[in-house]
Design a protein around this ligand. Structure first.
Ligand code: C2E
Ligand code: MG
Ligand code: MG
Length: 639
């Protein structure tokens, strides 16, 4: 406002010359108006050529006025209540007595009526003089106040912050509009009560805020849209998740291969078709598209068996091939499910994603990672160091499980089974940590440590049980490694062992990367004198193929079959014919998982060579194992 006053005073005001007006006081009447030509306020004084002239309102209120201050008329003064008296009435003296007592009288000329009218809040157009009188009322009451632009700005910040916290997008939009309109109207409303709050700063801030929000919304949309045009996983991470809702990630097997055969302009169509099927199958409208063949959505939680059935149904939906621009594809789909409701969306999405990849890898319909599995992640990441430490400090140790020679009627050897008692986590199952050791690239060290320990135990047993046989498990990850032979040869040389006392157990799994190299390694180990055993026979990927390719000496029938030979006729037949098959190939047969006398005896009658299982003896530390071998329990087995 001072800038306006300055401009107003110096350029447009002409003060009558002193010679013309003598000593008369000079006051002014001038109002700033808004775009509707309604009065907003007036400077308290004008400074013209270094001299200050008060506003008429200020003069009426017996004030002096300050060129830098500003006042607003008191709009509660009713202009119609301002008493006017004609000149004739005044001059003729026909006035009610006391009418003028204690009042200021303003005498105006005829030309007053020709003055332009100004808007007066609540009363339409009035003569400016009415505003001067209302102004005098507010100046004398000390009510005029220019509160500056800060209060409106603060109100703007506060309200917009409150709006931004509203979760429902529709509600938020409504609140923003309401606040913007209120802020726009508030200067006018405040003026009616004599408060001037310039809205310019708040308006500029509103404009900037709106622009920033629109820009970030646009940017988010760009960032949150996958190449297929569907919202991507960033968008899903941003979504608010209702309580008890699952995040589901579906992965389409070989999706990249489809895309590679499709022209680029059909990629979006392909994704849209897949998304449509998921939308139909799940009944959820919003499908998100991640990298390659990953799609996700949020769905109300169902009991897991129903959910699994539902996924099977969805798989059926995908059994019809996709037809994109004349190209036809078969699809198969796997699902990852996250129900870790207490975790944040990003972690949950990653869990569902990892689960879907796991399901794809394992060829299963659905996989679900538990939160406890997630809690393992940091532990697994430090596994490398822990395995080294465990081998050194005795947390990792070897258990020995006796093997019974049916023909000799005595213990003929043992299988070395690794154990891990973590001081924090307690005993950890070997099949769990061996997989982790394989992933961490620490399986070599662990295996060579097992071999060294088993050699020590075998040497100690030699005097108790002559011809003692020790079986050692060899990881599928290691079996095809070029370094395997040299490492084992080095151990053999250093420890001076007779390789014929050791049986190397291998399992046929998909994890064998280089099959010919694995077969070659095993053949060479056999040539060194080691016996070879095919472990878990009947459960691997292609046990018969392994049996054909590998010159093995022993076949270990998996406990799955052994434990069912009493109850299941089919299992009994499988075991019987496996024994015949093995004998025909000049292999000896070990039955794993014998838990009772009846099974033990039946296997004996079937012609099984060796038995292993809790009935004969549980895996135990070396000292206990040695005692078991010499103890009465074994006499019971043999009886
Ligand atoms: P596996 O080689 O087939 O070992 C037999 C598993 O059956 C052992 O489980 C043993 O404790 C269990 N078992 C023995 N008798 C019975 C029985 O009567 N009933 C039942 N229910 N189970 C019985 P464990 O020790 O948990 O080992 C699991 C697997 O971990 C082993 O299967 C083997 O594949 C692997 N593993 C163990 N130690 C080593 C090792 O030093 N190196 C490698 N690479 N793998 C190992
Ligand atoms: Mg084994
Ligand atoms: Mg086994």
């Amino acid at each position: 406002m001072p800038a306006n006053i300055e401009q107003f005073s110096s350029k447009q005001i002409q003060i009558p010359a002193r010679e013309t007006i003598g000593n008369a006081r000079v006051v002014f009447s001038g109002w700033f108006v808004n775009f509707l030509h309604y009065a907003q306020g007036s400077p308290s004084a004008l400074s013209v050529n270094g001299k200050s002239y008060p506003a008429l309102a200020v003069d009426l209120a017996s004030g002096t006025g300050d060129p830098d201050s500003y006042f607003i008329p008191n709009f509660s003064v009713d202009p119609d209540s301002i008493r006017t008296i004609s000149a004739d009435q005044l001059l003729s003296g026909q006035l009610e007595s006391g009418l003028l007592t204690g009042r200021s009288v303003i005498v105006t000329g005829d030309n007053l009526s020709s003055e332009a009218d100004i808007g007066y809040f609540g009363h339409g157009l009035v003569k400016p003089l009415a505003l001067d009188i209302a102004g005098a009322a507010s100046v004398s009451a000390g009510r005029s106040a220019n509160v500056g632009s800060l209060p409106l700005l603060a109100a703007f910040v506060l309200f917009f912050w409150l709006c931004s916290r509203i979760r429902r997008p529709g509600g938020r939009r409504l609140a923003y509009s309401a606040v913007a309109i209120t802020l726009l109207l508030s200067p006018a409303l405040l003026q009616t009560v004599g408060i001037y709050a310039p809205p310019s700063t708040a308006l500029v801030a509103t404009g900037v805020y709106a622009a920033v929000r629109l820009w970030s919304k646009w940017r988010r949309q760009v960032l949150q849209t996958s190449a297929s045009g569907l919202p991507n996983f960033v968008a899903l991470s941003d979504a608010s998740l209702p309580a008890n809702h699952d995040i589901i990630v579906a992965v389409i097997g070989r999706y990249e291969e489809f895309l590679a055969t499709l022209p680029a302009n059909l990629h979006a169509e392909c994704a849209a078709q897949v998304a449509r099927r998921f939308a139909v199958g799940s009944g959820v409208e919003q499908i998100f598209h991640g990298e390659n063949g990953h799609f996700a959505w949020i769905e109300r939680s169902w009991p897991i068996d129903q959910q699994t059935e539902h996924f099977e149904g969805m798989r059926a939906l995908f059994s019809a091939p996709l037809l994109v621009g004349g190209h036809m594809f078969d699809t198969n789909v796997h699902f990852g499910l996250d129900r870790n409701y207490h975790l944040d969306v990003v972690t949950r999405l990653n869990t569902a994603l990892a689960s879907a990849n796991e399901a794809l890898k394992a060829g299963r319909t659905i996989a679900q990672f538990e939160a406890s599995g997630l809690a393992d992640a940091p532990w697994e990441l430090s596994l490398l160091a822990r395995i080294d430490e465990g081998m050194k400090n005795g947390d990792i140790w070897l258990a020995y499980q006796p093997q019974w020679d049916y023909r000799a009627g005595r213990i003929s050897g043992a299988e070395a089974l690794v154990r891990w008692n973590d001081p924090v986590r307690g005993p950890i199952r070997p099949d769990a940590f061996i997989v982790q050791a394989e992933k961490a690239g620490r399986i070599d060290a662990l295996t060579y440590w097992v071999i060294e320990e088993a050699i020590t135990a075998t040497q100690a047993m030699a005097s108790i049980l002559p011809g003692f046989q020790m079986s050692i498990n060899l990881s599928a990850q290691l079996v095809d490694k070029p370094s395997l032979l040299s490492s084992i040869s080095e151990i053999v040389r250093r420890r001076g062992i007779d390789c014929r006392q050791f049986t190397i157990e291998v399992t046929e799994t998909a994890a064998v990367y280089n099959r010919p190299a694995a077969v070659q390694n095993l053949q060479q180990l056999r040539a060194m004198g080691f016996r070879l055993a095919i472990d878990d026979f009947g459960t691997g990927e292609s046990s018969l193929l392994y049996l054909a390719e590998l010159p093995s000496d022993e076949l270990k029938i998996d406990q799955h079959f052994v434990s069912r030979i009493l109850s299941g006729e089919r299992e009994r037949e499988i075991v019987k014919s496996t024994i015949s098959l093995a004998h025909a190939l000049r292999q000896s047969v070990v039955a794993e998982g014998i838990e009772d006398r009846a099974t033990f005896d039946l296997l004996s009658r079937m012609g099984c060579d060796t038995g292993q299982g809790y009935f004969i003896g549980r895996p135990e530390g070396f000292e206990q194992f040695r005692e078991t071998c010499m103890g009465s329990r074994l006499r019971e087995v043999g009886s």
